[in-house]
Design a protein around this ligand. Structure first.
Ligand code: ZN
Length: 302
């Protein structure tokens, strides 16, 4: 039997599970709607159990929606914690999987794991300090500093930074239940839809919505650039599937920086500095396989 790794991208609307060893070697994959934890985790376990008939699964990695507890030394490691998603608060995801399979479980935020995927096989190969941002239903950010996935007190919540909001230009009050017009509140997919009356994918490229959206995305990106000095900014998520917005963001970022960051990477090459994920929508599930590989290595060293 061949040895493979399990990867789970646990999202608020769907779970993607795969077994394999990397982007060129995915042996099986399944997509499940996110229902209750009992139903969804039950189906996840059924999928991996069926795969175990053909493969030896050496470890499983989880890229989870959050907030989560990613601290391996914590009593609630691998929990989805205070999420507003009905039924999912305080769900012990990692422990449930460990109990079912008895293999090492890696667990981190969806964005940190997508960052790991891009670092392993995508746009961030060879870099040690970079950020991965998802701009979709929510806004979240993860990445690496000095070669380590970003953690800390809990984990970064980059989507909830405050950005300037010109109420005259944009009287919309924002979607965030905690802060109203934080970055996520002004620039996530639901804000785009509510403000303009149609979802992003139906707004044509020349629509004024995109200039404002690029302005907001750039405000968040420049703040993050100032704070962590990333060598690369990867922008993924549903809103960023409208790729015509990238040039607008490049322009806005350069104009907001106003020449202050004196790196040729930004001054001359901003279009290869702020980029879509090289793995497309697969950074999360492939990153989860990379996280499983790490979890096995960590377990072998201890
Ligand atoms: Zn917020």
């Amino acid at each position: 039997m061949s040895t493979v790794f399990g990867g789970i991208e646990a999202g608020g609307t769907k779970f993607v599970c795969a077994v394999g060893t990397g982007p060129d070697d995915v042996r099986a994959e399944i997509r499940l709607p996110t229902e209750s934890p009992e139903i969804t985790l039950g189906k996840v376990i059924d999928f991996f159990r069926a795969q175990q008939e053909q493969h030896e699964i050496a470890a499983i990695g989880v890229a989870s929606f959050g907030p989560v507890d990613p601290d391996p030394n914590s009593a609630t490691f691998g929990y989805i914690t205070n999420t507003p998603k009905p039924g999912w608060a305080n769900t012990p995801v990692a422990a449930t999987l460990e109990e079912a399979f008895g293999v090492p479980i890696g667990f981190d935020t969806d964005v940190n794991v997508a960052a790991l995927g891009e670092h392993s096989w995508g746009a961030a190969r060879g870099l040690d300090t970079f950020v991965y941002l998802t701009i979709g239903t929510g806004i979240g950010g993860g990445g690496m500093v000095d070669g380590k996935l970003m953690h800390g007190l809990i984990h970064p919540e980059m989507g909830h930074i405050a950005i300037p909001h010109n109420w005259e230009r944009d009287p919309y009050s924002g979607t965030c239940p905690f802060h109203g017009d934080c970055w996520e509140g002004l620039a996530n997919g639901p804000a785009l839809e509510e403000r303009w009356g149609q979802p992003g994918e139906q707004l044509p490229p020349g629509h004024e919505a995109w200039a404002l959206e690029a302005h907001y995305i750039a405000l968040g990106v420049t703040s993050i650039m100032m704070i962590m000095s990333p060598q690369l900014v990867v922008l993924g998520g549903g809103v960023m599937e409208q790729e015509h917005i990238f040039p607008l963001i490049h322009q806005e970022v350069k104009s907001q920086l106003n020449g202050y960051i004196q790196s040729p990477t930004v001054l001359d090459g901003v279009d290869s500095y702020i980029v879509p994920p090289a793995l497309g929508g697969r950074s999360g599930v492939l990153g989860a396989i990379a996280l499983a590989q790490r979890a096995l290595k960590d377990a072998e060293q201890n």
